[in-house]
Design a protein around this ligand. Structure first.
Ligand code: NDP
Ligand code: 8X3
Length: 249
């Protein structure tokens, strides 16, 4: 029997590459996202092993309704990849848009928690696995990262908390924490500014979507007695800078 992975945010970036990776390895994939036409394209290219659910992950009722439509053969989920998420804006907190903050919290935290809660009983029954996509922004603050970094710190800490609570169930939990990665992430963050996105990645040899798909494949297919708790991944060309000092009043 093939295993089944539910991957959120499969219309783009890490999620799409992960759907492609798992489908190519013979898994059933439940691919989610808002853009139904992109999900259809994914299904057209990957075949019947991919089942698509188009809904806004912030809408708890839509999420439950979508899960309820799953055919019986796909109701047993072995792997949940909580990947859907976004950053909006890089303004300092004092001039940030509260609506953007709320959208990040609703997507990166509230929806992730709700989906995890819905799927936990089944994951326990099947001794499954959860991979949460956090970020280096969870650990390393930077100017303009305020609420985005806060949401990812939640994801990392929630992952560790889940590990504790799931002790003895056989369920594995991993937080993957990527650095600079070229996806649609910056296009979304800058409200569609393609040149800002291109400039950020130019010459940097950033992480690719398939790099992260490979990492997810690795942690999810290790022998069942092993758990990768946190996996921080950066491009070689990215590293740390110092603290900032303001002089004067
Ligand atoms: P993309 O923008 O390429 O993909 C984001 C995915 O999230 C899309 O499939 C999008 O689907 C989905 N999504 C966003 N909002 C919603 C929503 N309300 N409902 C349903 N789905 C939603 O970015 P990445 O692949 O880079 O991002 C994936 C994850 O990786 C995110 O959690 C991000 O924070 C994290 N990350 C990214 C890094 C990077 O540098 N790229 C580094 C570290 C972490 P749709 O729009 O169709 O709904
Ligand atoms: C995305 C990485 O450094 O842009 O999570 O916040 S960063």
């Amino acid at each position: 029997m093939p295993k089944t992975a539910l991957i959120t945010g499969a219309t783009s970036g890490f999620g799409r590459a992960t759907a492609q990776r798992f489908a190519a390895q013979g898994w059933n994939v439940i691919a989610t996202g808002r853009r139904a036409e992109r999900l259809q394209t994914l299904r057209d290219s990957l075949g019947k092993r991919v089942h698509t659910l188009a809904f806004d992950i912030r809408d708890a009722d839509a999420m439950q309704a979508a899960l309820a439509t799953l055919p019986e053969a796909l109701q047993g989920i072995d792997l949940l990849v909580n990947n859907a998420g976004l950053a909006l804006g890089t303004a300092p907190a004092q001039s940030a848009d509260l609506g953007q903050w709320r959208q990040m919290i609703d997507t990166n935290i509230t929806a992730l928690v709700a989906l995890t809660h819905a799927l936990l009983p089944g994951l326990i029954e099947r001794r499954g696995a959860i991979v949460n996509i956090s970020s280096i922004a969870a650990t390393y603050p930077y100017a303009g990262g305020n609420v985005y970094g806060g949401t990812k710190a939640f994801v990392s800490q929630f992952s560790l908390g889940l590990r504790s609570d799931l002790h003895g169930t056989g369920v594995r939990v991993t937080s993957i924490e990527p650095g600079l990665a070229e996806t649609e992430f910056t296009l979304v963050r800058t409200s569609g500014n393609q040149s800002a996105s291109d400039q950020l990645y130019a010459g940097a040899q950033p992480i690719t979507d398939t790099d992260i798909a490979d990492a997810i494949w690795w942690v999810a297919t290790l022998p069942p007695h092993l758990n990768i708790n946190r996996l921080e991944v950066m491009p070689v060309n990215q590293s740390f800078a110092g603290f900032q000092i303001h002089r004067g009043q």
